[in-house]
Design a protein around this ligand. Structure first.
Ligand code: NAP
Length: 294
């Protein structure tokens, strides 16, 4: 069997088209376009290029994207004050804290100060709580990207054995909830699963395997159940190339569908960020829009 490749760039393009249409409707009604701010601490060259690509996608969709670079010397309380200022600024619809942040900044604490209605990553505790109850449109971007890929296969997840490797707060944990919403049977593996020598046993029975670890070639193709869907979230630099956590060539011979790295989960994650920007904007503008319609 040779797997069908889940083309993230094509999927991102299709989702972008829908977002563009929605924004065009708002513009037609005379509203401002959504405006997001990416706050970056220091101006590391590598992460700047990521911001540039976000800006390009935002512009294409019709979202105003502002990069706010602050000094690497900023301390936690100054950073939180800055977030509060942006929360209060009615011209800012969405806030993103650019990662990584310097070691002296507590990212989780800072993120909890981003207003839930401007939280573009869906990681504010209020939004995480609402997501658990299926009550917010603002979903963490990478988990949302994985769910878009799975949806694009047309495979019903109900009752499927989904094995998720990695339990981080930005990927594995929220993703497990979204999978549960589809009534998948979810197994979450982590470092202790590996250390207990049980990782391969779980992988072998997975109808859907999702890997979000950050270790090149951790998962061997021969472990994969024939016909499984394989979603590789990992991004690793190896021999001057970007590779995922799954051995792509051998896994492609066993899987029914597979995401490439690069060009799989990543491009859709950026578009999911823009989707959150639009959702945040809608939450903030709902009453204004209703009034205009009357
Ligand atoms: P993270 O916070 O470092 O989490 C990694 C997870 O993998 C942890 O739960 C860790 O478990 C687990 N783990 C580590 N070694 C393992 C092993 N040998 N066996 C099983 N589990 C193991 O990373 P993250 O932020 O979730 O990101 C994961 C990867 O996805 C990275 O490569 C990152 O660059 C990539 N990523 C991609 C996108 C995208 O859009 N494509 C977005 C976000 C992240 P313990 O905590 O128990 O050690």
């Amino acid at each position: 069997m040779t797997a069908k490749v889940l083309d993230g760039r094509k999927l991102a393009f299709n989702v972008s088209k829908d977002l563009k249409k929605e924004i065009a409707v708002f513009k037609k009604r005379g509203a401002n376009v959504p405006r997001m701010v990416n706050v970056m601490i220091g101006d590391d060259e590598g992460t700047c290029s990521y911001a540039k690509s976000q800006k390009k996608v935002a512009r294409d969709i019709g979202i105003e994207y502002n990069l706010k670079v602050v000094s690497a010397e900023i301390n936690q309380s100054e950073f939180i004050s800055l977030i509060k200022e942006m929360n209060a600024d009615t011209k800012v619809n969405g806030i993103l804290i650019h990662k990584p942040v310097p070691e002296h900044i507590d990212y989780a604490e800072a993120a909890s100060y981003v207003s839930p209605s401007k939280d573009l990553e869906g990681i504010n505790p209020v939004n995480i709580g609402k997501m658990m109850m299926g009550r917010t449109p603002i979903i963490p971007c990478t988990p949302a990207s994985v769910m878009q890929h799975l949806k694009s296969t047309g495979v019903d997840l109900r009752g499927k054995e989904v094995v998720l490797i990695g339990h981080s707060t930005i990927v594995g944990r929220p993703l497990s909830m979204l999978l549960l919403d589809q009534l998948a049977t979810v197994t979450i593996c982590h470092i202790a699963t590996s250390q207990a020598g049980k990782l391969i046993d779980h992988i072998r029975r997975a109808d859907v395997l999702i890997v979000a670890v950050g270790k090149a070639s951790l998962i061997k193709g021969e472990w994969i159940k024939p016909g499984a869907i394989v979603i590789d979230v990992g991004i690793n630099r190896q021999d001057n190339k970007i590779v995922g956590d799954v051995e792509y060539e051998s896994a492609s011979q066993k899987a029914s569908y597979i995401t490439p790295v690069p060009g799989g989960v990543g491009p859709v994650t950026v578009v999911m960020l823009m989707r959150n920007a639009l959702e945040a904007y809608k939450i903030q503008n709902e009453s204004i829009m209703k009034a205009k319609d009357q």
